[in-house]
Write a protein that binds this ligand. Sequence first.
Ligand SMILES: [Zn+2]
Length: 106
Amino acid sequence: MGFFDYVRFEYPCKKCGTVLTDWQTKDGLMAIETLEIGDINNGGLIYTSCDNCNMWNQYKVTINYNNDDIQGYVSVYINGKKIYNSTQKMISNIVLEDTADFEDNA
Ligand SMILES: [Zn+2]
């Protein structure tokens, strides 16, 4: 049994469209904290299993930083659609990549 953190994030299941909110990561503090997506280690994974259809949903998080030390709003995009705003310092944008490379056979 390992430690993990929760991730404050909402995104539809890629199979059935149910909005998923129970995202977790092992690429953060691993202290059962609730993290913003910008708190995850760069290149880390967020994942959850859909309660409705059991599909595994998993995304790699790539965080691109500003050179300047500026605090402000940043936007998160999936497949070109803006889905999230964050106030993370120094982050210019965050890109999520689908890395769930297997299908549910149920
Ligand atoms: Zn689903």
